[in-house]
Design a protein around this ligand. Structure first.
Ligand SMILES: Cc1cc2nc3c(=O)[nH]c(=O)nc-3n(C[C@H](O)[C@H](O)[C@H](O)COP(=O)(O)O)c2cc1C
Length: 224
């Protein structure tokens, strides 16, 4: 049975989700505090992922020069956001990968025997259940799906903190990957860009678009 506090949390959450919107224009003087931004990044870090493999990295862009170049590759991104995060997805996370070994052994602390059993289950899951071992692209997209959970939690955290945000899928993937690799931000054998998120303060002179959603009866179907 929920306590009154937990029920209040639910109401607060829905209220924040009702109020949030994708920020289309930022106030150039708007600032997100370090504390709020840390909370947003922490919400991403604490996100769940398939098998707990966390196939993500969050690049916080702190150079104005690099940010300018990134924005040139991102038609969907906004100028003047206070913080821009490029969310990377890990390539090649399969049962044989050093990544899977590193996470199972060192982050999850499995014994060699338990790790072998876990990775055998993971192998079977990826190969036969999800069919994501059929191409590098399928495997990368599987990792990309996990990064969207982190993205969603960052957006929800921002909403709860009253920080405005923009999720950004509007980018030229080839150009952005090439730029970031050229700038030394990541090894393209290990990572690729999945999605971006921007945070800042909405320009109050720009009206946010109204919330448009399909009704709950259309979205949810109870199957008995
Ligand atoms: C993964 C994802 C990528 C998005 N990419 C962009 C984008 O590149 N530029 C943009 O202005 N909005 C982008 N959006 C915002 C959506 O258009 C927006 O969430 C949707 O229209 C619902 O509106 P709301 O967020 O204001 O409630 C993106 C949203 C998501 C979830």
């Amino acid at each position: 049975m929920n306590t009154a506090v937990e029920r209040q949390n639910g109401a607060t959450l829905i209220d924040a989700l009702e109020r949030r919107f994708t920020c289309k224009r930022y106030d150039p003087n708007g600032h997100v505090s370090d504390e709020d931004f840390s909370t947003i990044l922490e919400a991403g870090r604490l996100s769940p992922s398939s098998f707990g493999f966390e196939p993500w990295k969050f690049l916080v862009i702190e150079s104005d020069e690099l940010l300018g170049k990134i924005l040139d590759c991102c038609w969907g991104a906004k100028k003047n956001a206070d913080r821009t995060v490029v969310i990377l997805a890990r390539r090649g996370v399969d049962a044989q990968s050093p990544w899977a070994h590193q996470i199972s052994g060192h982050v999850h602390g499995l014994s060699p025997e338990d790790e072998r059993a876990r990775l055998a289950t993971f192998e079977e899951f990826q190969r036969s259940d999800l069919h994501v071992l059929e191409s590098d692209r399928a495997l990368f997209d599987w990792a990309g799906k996990q990064t969207y959970i982190a993205l969603a939690n960052m957006l929800t955290a921002a909403a709860l903190l009253g920080v405005d945000a923009t999720p950004v899928e509007g980018y030229d993937a080839d150009a952005l990957n090439e730029l970031l690799v050229k700038e030394g931000a990541f090894d393209p054998g290990e990572w690729g860009v999945s999605v971006l998120a921007q945070f800042g303060v909405h320009d109050p002179s720009h009206r946010a678009h109204p919330k448009l959603r399909r009704p709950i009866e259309e979205v949810v179907e109870h199957v008995r």
